[in-house]
Design a protein around this ligand. Structure first.
Ligand SMILES: NC(=O)c1ccc[n+]([C@@H]2O[C@H](COP(=O)([O-])OP(=O)(O)OC[C@H]3O[C@@H](n4cnc5c(N)ncnc54)[C@H](O)[C@@H]3O)[C@@H](O)[C@H]2O)c1
Length: 360
């Protein structure tokens, strides 16, 4: 049975055990075996990358919504309109991991016939880490892009308080076997999850991440839920990018936009959140056949890695390098879950009355 363990220490779990626990939790609230397995893979893969703010830690919140109707376990995403190179998907308030994989696969199918495919999504929820979906395309030799909108938590230059979501953007470009170049980022300076994690641990945050209710810089992470806002990545440039994502993932898709989006974690869990998302797949071999793309990309990648290094720097990274290294280590030695993520899983086991995950 569940033990009331409050820990801020890291706890280790194998990826298989975490997968088994996450799958079981989702089955308990009515997901089919296939949907539960798929969603568990999205969240556990995210944890193996070391992106703990968007992995299984959030499962408790998704399950809460599944139990009271904000998410619908039996709902299946479906295409509502399409053209030769695009499709619009209605998520029907299904778990966003399910809808997002469906939509990226729809974009990839279009790319196979048209060279490029776009899939827009409405009536979804928080999809976690954008990178998982972009990687699906790279696994099949395509360039993948994934983006989503979210409830405002980020300010814009000149404003006090939140105006736009931290609208994430990911791309994956096939490169080394099983290790695409993978950029996966919020368009805020840092993802809100990092500020929440600091608040839970009672830690101050670096200056530059957050502004208070008056639009002034603060290092107090608690200000995020008290009228403060994340700062946009690179100032006005991050705002511009977030607006593009809001337009493609929210306005164009017919999804909820800005304040119409319901928070998946803070608001009434019986309400649908209405998030939007978008996915693009580009079929490389249709555009540059004969392996020429990989040869050209490798030259660029090697050039970057071989650039003269700043004093004290040992190596230059490409996007995704850190995540792939962490994943390799996590699969070999287990995942070191931060205390707040471990606590969330133990709480979820207690909510559902199921065996807790095996944490060491
Ligand atoms: N679903 C949502 O609404 C939502 C909103 C915001 C963020 N997110 C997710 O939050 C996660 C974390 O976002 P973040 O912005 O805090 O990420 P981050 O700043 O930790 O990393 C961003 C990217 O930078 C790359 N990177 C890091 N150091 C590098 C270096 N030295 N050289 C080259 N590349 C380097 C990483 O590989 C990664 O791809 C992402 O998975 C994102 O999708 C989701």
């Amino acid at each position: 049975m569940f033990r009331e363990v409050i820990t801020t220490a890291e706890m280790r779990i194998t990826a298989d055990d975490l997968n088994g626990f996450a799958t079981e939790a989702l089955r308990q609230v009515g997901l089919s075996e296939a949907d539960a397995t798929l969603a568990a893979d999205v969240l556990v893969t995210t944890d193996t990358w070391g992106v703990f703010t968007h992995g299984t830690k959030n499962l408790r919140g998704y399950v809460r919504r599944l139990r009271v109707g904000g998410l619908l376990a039996a709902s299946q995403p479906h295409v509502i309109r399409e053209g030769p190179a695009w499709a619009m998907v209605d998520g029907g308030s299904a778990l966003a991991m399910r809808t997002s994989v469906f939509a990226m696969r729809a974009a990839m199918a279009k790319a196979r016939s048209a060279g490029i495919g776009f899939a827009g999504v409405r009536n979804s929820c928080h999809f976690g880490a954008a990178g998982y979906y972009a990687k699906l395309a790279a696994d099949e030799g395509m360039i993948g892009l994934a983006m989503a909108n979210d409830i405002p938590s980020v300010t814009v230059p000149g404003a006090a308080g939140p105006v736009l979501g931290s609208n994430p953007l990911a791309y994956a470009i096939p490169h080394l076997p099983g290790r695409p170049i993978l950029l996966d980022m919020a368009t805020s300076t840092v993802a809100g999850g990092k500020v929440f994690a600091a608040a839970v641990c009672g830690q101050a945050i670096p200056s530059g991440w957050l502004t208070d209710e008056n639009g002034q810089p603060t290092t107090d992470p608690n200000k995020l839920t008290r009228g403060g806002a994340l700062t946009p990545m690179a100032g006005h440039k991050g705002t511009g990018l977030a607006l593009l994502i809001e337009t493609l993932a929210g306005v164009l898709t017919g999804a909820a936009t800005t304040w119409q989006v319901v928070s998946w974690s803070l608001h009434d869990p019986s309400l649908p959140t209405g998030h939007g998302a978008m996915f693009i797949a580009i079929d490389i071999k249709a555009m540059l056949p004969g392996g020429e793309f990989q040869a050209r990309l490798s030259r660029v990648a090697e050039e970057i890695r071989a650039a003269p290094k700043a004093q004290g720097v040992e190596r230059i990274l490409l996007p995704g390098d850190l995540e792939w290294e962490r994943r390799e280590q996590a699969l070999a030695e287990g995942i070191n879950l931060p205390g707040d993520a471990a606590e969330s899983l133990l709480g979820l086991a207690a909510d559902l009355g199921i065996n807790p995950p095996i944490l060491r």
